[in-house]
Write a protein that binds this ligand. Structure first.
Ligand code: ADP
Ligand code: ZN
Ligand code: MG
Length: 502
């Protein structure tokens, strides 16, 4: 039974990927002033002298942003710098009215940490730039197409997370970013919305001959603003680098833009060096030295994180690793799952659903079956929507799953019940009763099975000669007749019994 895979042997180069992630914090106000955070508001309505960079104004650090950044570093198991330093990162751009961004440089708030299988290099606090809006031909100035600036975003608190180059495939990079997004979402510190830019990811990519120690020259792909684009862009860049190296060339260190529609990579600029920014310590801010009270408050605010939750789902509820991750990495699905289990369990059981517990109406909902109905059937009906916003109640879905297991309703009829629940809510037992979707009663089913046997002599012949596949024809006919209100396994047993094959 051993099979030999040759791909690993033939593969001449292995990729290395490191990610740099910017997270917009969901604080009430900006990083260094009292302006409210906003998204999609009328442009330039949330500005003041500080975030517009007027001379003589002074920045005041946002305590809530620091609290959130402390929570993030704790969640990523990082080492705290007792006194981290804010720096000015100097450059000119129209979206940066001060001519510098306040960021952290050689002493970031947090040093080495880890999330899952990836080491975190550093985590630091900074402020976001404003937003350049390309007005196109409608905004012509002296005949030229114009760009305008919306300063609402300028000064929004950002946390930057830099990983070590520990990722080795596009799919692994995508999955890790999903874990990070779920973790940040669970912390409640950010909207983590890649479409809206509250979570942004740059990917650093290099390749090296398999088995060699030194990493190859890396390129940087800017703003991979969806998981799919990240995976596709990194794969395209790996292929581009392999082609260069196979042709005897050398990869040049540069920053690239990946266009997801055409799949092309175009150079943006040659890589800038940190000395280009003339970093120097921000003279208007003292070092950031978190007190023990601040640390305690951040520790207390940490919820159970997705990686731990997935592990618990596997350990306590015997879910398959993939299913456990699907539920834990989309926290809203995990919440729905746990609410369903809790709703299905007897009331004295409290909080967590217990796999072994029996409820009032027979067997309890099996966590594995409920997990599968959520990750397959519910998700296919909801797409990316939050199940908390859908009319399907967690306890109602758990009850439906229990009814299927208890053979009170067939699997296919249950899908119809779920369609109805997804459209207008309601309890499965009443929907089953209203629509006559309960399993056909034994005598009714017996008559239908008899008829199916009479009407399918060919199939009966084959079943008698041991060709069990032919059972499908008879079961199918019974299903059509009962409009799915029969249990396939039960029908099979009845047919065999009637043919004396018991
Ligand atoms: P730079 O000085 O160019 O900013 P850093 O050492 O700060 O480079 O790393 C930036 C990011 O690039 C990190 O996420 C890191 O993991 C990643 N990285 C560094 N070297 C490589 C490499 N050779 N291949 C792929 N990623 C790399
Ligand atoms: Zn302001
Ligand atoms: Mg860097």
């Amino acid at each position: 039974m051993t099979t030999v895979t040759t791909t690993a042997v033939e593969r001449a180069y292995e990729p290395t990927i490191g990610l740099e992630i910017h997270v917009q914090l969901r604080t009430r106000t900006k990083m260094f002033c009292g302006c409210a955070l906003s998204f999609g508001d009328e442009p330039n309505t949330h500005t003041c002298q500080i975030c517009l960079g007027h001379p003589g104004t002074l920045p005041v650090p946002n305590a809530e942003a620091i609290h959130f950044a402390l929570m993030i570093g704790l969640a990523l198991e990082c080492e705290l710098s007792p006194r981290s330093i804010f720096h000015r990162k100097n450059y000119f751009y129209p979206d940066l009215p001060k001519g510098y961004q306040i960021s952290q440089f050689d002493i970031p708030l947090w040093g080495h940490g880890r999330l899952g299988e990836v080491r975190v290099h550093r985590v630091h606090l900074e402020e976001d730039a404003a937003k350049l809006v390309h007005a196109g031909s409608s905004g012509r100035i002296h005949g030229a197409e114009a760009s305008v600036v919306d300063f609402n975003r300028g000064g929004t608190p950002l946390v930057e997370i830099v990983t070590e180059p520990d990722l080795t495939s596009p799919a692994q990079a995508g999955e890790w970013l999903r874990l990070l997004r779920a973790t940040l979402g669970r912390l409640g510190v950010s909207d983590v919305n890649m479409d809206e830019g509250s979570l942004r990811c740059d990917a650093n990519v290099s390749i090296r001959p398999v088995g060699t120690a030194d990493l190859g020259t890396k390129t940087e792909l800017k703003n991979m603003n969806s998981f799919r684009f990240l995976e596709r862009g990194v794969a395209a860049e790996i292929a581009r680098q392999e082609e260069i190296v196979r042709g005897g060339g050398q990869v040049v260190q540069e920053t690239l833009h990946y266009d997801p529609t055409s799949g092309t990579l175009t150079p943006l600029r040659s890589k800038e060096e940190s000395h280009d920014y003339r970093y120097f310590p921000e003279p208007d801010l003292v070092p950031l030295a978190p007190t023990e009270a601040m640390m305690a408050r951040a520790r207390e605010a940490l919820p159970e994180l997705p990686a731990a939750r997935a592990e618990r789902f596997e350990r306590e509820l015997a879910l398959a690793p993939e299913t456990a991750k699907l539920l834990a990495f989309r926290s809203e699905l995990g919440d729905f799952f746990e609410a369903g289990l809790a709703g299905a369990a007897p009331s004295d059981e409290g909080g967590r659903g217990d796999a072994g517990a029996a409820n009032g109406s027979g067997a309890a909902t099996d966590p594995r079956t409920l997990a599968s109905w959520i990750t397959v059937e519910l998700v296919s009906r909801l797409g990316d929507a939050n199940p908390a916003d859908s009319p399907v109640e967690p306890a109602a879905l758990a009850e439906l799953v229990r009814m299927v297991s208890a053979r009170e309703v067939s699997g296919s009829a249950a899908k119809e019940v779920l369609d109805a629940m997804a459209a207008e809510g309601g309890q499965p037992s009443s929907i089953v009763a209203e629509r006559g979707l309960g399993l056909a009663a034994a005598d009714e089913l017996g008559a239908i099975v008899d008829r199916a046997i009479d009407e399918n002599p060919d199939a009966v012949e084959k079943i008698r000669s041991g060709k069990n596949k032919a059972m499908g024809a008879i079961v199918g006919s019974v299903m059509r007749e009962t409009k799915g209100r029969a249990d396939g396994g039960e029908v099979g047993r009845m047919v065999r019994e009637r043919l004396g094959l018991g």
